[in-house]
Design a binder for this molecule. Structure first.
Ligand code: SAM
Length: 218
């Protein structure tokens, strides 16, 4: 719904043509993406551009991810309603809003203060009360709040971040793009079983770099 409570035709069309048509079958995700006003997360862009089948610039050299990638990563994460989720790379806050609809609590870390400030403003204007934000280096995770049932990294990591693996619960799951940020990455799904980690590769993708102590150097 838009701020006026009207059905957002752009969001409906985006979900039909970009999300359902490409095999995202989780109704909770389709419904969240139909309801969440994506255009609010993209400052200055036309509504048409905000709902397009591509990433959109949000300033500071960063992007709001392509809607399909957001949906796919969320589906791979397989969030349960009682989960505590850690997100690395708040960016616009759009993915955060989707997680907040699906999980009990969402902890989100961003390294660019101006981006987090804007994202937090939009998220609070939409009435979310289960989102906790922090400015820091997400490659270190959020030790004080660990462990998490789910961890999602929305920037390209050079390898599966060790610190984050340790902050997963037993049977926890992490979704992270891994590879060279100058070319492309592979979306990886990591399942923790006791102290071992099962890694499955999904599709190729392109993200901005995860910059930090345990990631790419600034
Ligand atoms: N999920 C976001 C959305 O829907 O708008 C898109 C995130 S954008 C592709 C990646 C974000 O990760 C950027 O905002 C970037 O500043 C942030 N980032 C990069 N390295 C980081 C780090 N070490 N810790 C936290 N955030 C980081």
């Amino acid at each position: 719904l838009t701020e006026n409570g009207e059905i957002d035709m752009f969001a409906e069309r985006m979900v039909e043509t970009q999300i359902r048509a490409r095999g995202i079958y989780d109704e909770r995700i389709c419904s969240a993406m139909t309801r969440i006003p994506r255009y609010l997360f993209v400052s200055g862009a036309s509504k048409h551009k905000a709902y397009g089948d591509h990433p959109v610039s949000i300033g500071h050299g960063q992007t709001i991810s392509q809607p399909y990638i957001v949906a796919l990563m969320t589906q791979l994460l397989n969030v349960n309603p009682a989960d505590k989720v850690l997100e690395i790379g708040t960016g616009s806050g759009y993915q955060t809003a989707i997680l907040a609809e699906l999980a009990q609590e969402v902890y989100t870390i961003e390294r660019v203060p101006a981006l987090l400030k804007r994202a937090a403003m939009v998220l609070s204007s939409l009435g979310y009360h289960n989102i906790h934000t922090r400015i820091s280096d997400g490659s270190e995770g959020w030790e004080e709040k660990a462990p998490f049932q789910r961890i999602i990294v929305t920037a390209a990591a050079p390898s599966v971040p060790e610190k984050l693996k340790k902050q997963l619960t037993d049977n926890g799951k992490m979704v992270v793009p891994v590879g060279d940020y100058r070319t492309y990455q592979v979306l990886m799904v990591i399942n923790r079983i006791g102290n071992s980690f099962e890694i499955k590769e999904n599709i190729g993708c392109r993200f901005v770099p995860l910059i930090g102590k345990y990631a790419f150097k600034p």
